[in-house]
Design a protein around this ligand. Structure first.
Ligand code: CAA
Length: 293
């Protein structure tokens, strides 16, 4: 089956990035949000990103127009019914994802392939809400989606091998390097990344070093593009907390358990860069101030 039309559910940080790379790769793309306001906000964000590429000279104004011409917004799930692939990027909560896919299963034709961008939930459990688990994969992108070159393509024990290979090829057509992963908690990246991020918080709690010194250590000592606390604030402390709970639930291992400090910061509403405060205070966005413990 030749994939021509792609649906994306959710036009937040991840969904808008996925919609952008899909339209840039030449696919007709429909992105669905729950309100007209959110559709507009998502499409405006994409427009801004494309305009930046034009400014930098890596995209022509004409190509920008063509990409935007391939991109449509909708507030109804019916608007996705003739898509060949639908990628879901909504809130990281199992009931919401199951409910969405169950509804899409009733609306879409039998050939539509479903994919979830979940970073930590079990694909098998989401797919089980549909009558097409053989046409269901994980497609896990990374933030910021237009920049990060990886997509994890996740198969379950029920995924049809032919569909799986088609989705690996689809990941490559989106301009990403696809890696094959099994449906195990956190797949490849978060299985390794989450314990590292949580350990950084534990090191801070234990007074091993300050926020800035731990960040500088990993950035300058190991060549990571961001230190762990900058990355935690970037990913979102609420998101990291969610992921760690799901992974702890799956493995029952201490390395996936959320440190008390992370829990308290989330409870206090310090969700990282998006809320203006996390391990850094972003009151002055050009000069984030590290938290002092
Ligand atoms: N959207 C689109 N483009 C963006 C962008 C965004 N949000 N942020 C940065 N860019 C682009 C810039 O325009 C710039 O492009 P050019 O090279 O063409 O000029 C390029 O990215 C580099 O940006 P900057 O020079 O401004 O800044 P930088 O060199 O520090 O790079 C970064 C920014 C790419 C985000 C880099 O810091 C980085 O790689 N950080 C680590 C990000 C990471 O680890 N992401 C994965 C998080 S884990 C996850 O997402 C999964 C999960 O399940 C939790």
């Amino acid at each position: 089956m030749a994939i021509q039309k792609v649906g994306v559910v959710g036009c937040g940080l991840m969904g808008s990035g996925i919609a952008q790379v899909s339209a840039q790769a030449g696919f007709q793309t429909v992105v669905r949000e729950v309100s007209g306001e959110l559709v507009e906000k998502g499409l405006k964000g994409i427009e801004k990103n494309l305009a930046r590429l034009v400014e930098k000279g890596s995209l022509t104004e004409a190509a920008k127009g063509e990409i935007q011409g391939r991109l449509k917004g909708t507030t109804s799930l019916e608007g996705l019914k003739d898509c060949d692939v639908i990628v879901e990027a909504i809130i990281e909560q199992l009931p919401a994802k199951r409910e969405l896919f169950s509804a899409l299963d009733a609306i879409c034709g039998p050939n539509t392939i479903f994919a979830s961008n979940t970073s930590s939930l079990t694909i098998t459990e989401i797919a089980a809400a549909t009558k097409r688990p053989q046409r269901f994969v994980g497609l896990h992108f990374f933030n910021p989606v237009p920049v990060m070159k990886l997509v994890e393509v996740v198969r379950t024990i029920a995924t049809d091998p032919g569909i799986y290979e088609e989705m690996v090829g689809f990941g490559a057509k989106l301009g990403k390097t696809p890696v094959r992963a099994q449906d195990g908690g956190g797949f490849i990246v978060n299985r390794l990344l989450v314990p590292y991020l949580l350990d950084s918080i534990r090191a801070l709690e234990e007074g091993v070093g300050s926020v800035l010194d731990i960040d500088n250590s990993m950035k300058l000592g190991c060549g990571y593009p961001m230190g762990p606390f900058t990355l935690l604030d970037f990913v979102g402390l609420d998101t990291t907390y969610y992921i760690s709970q799901i992974m702890f639930d799956e493995f029952k291992e201490k390395r996936f358990a959320a440190p008390p400090l992370l829990k308290r910061m989330v409870l206090a509403g310090w969700h990282g860069k998006k809320s203006g405060r996390g391990f850094y205070d972003y009151s002055d966005p050009n000069n984030p101030k590290p938290m002092q413990l």
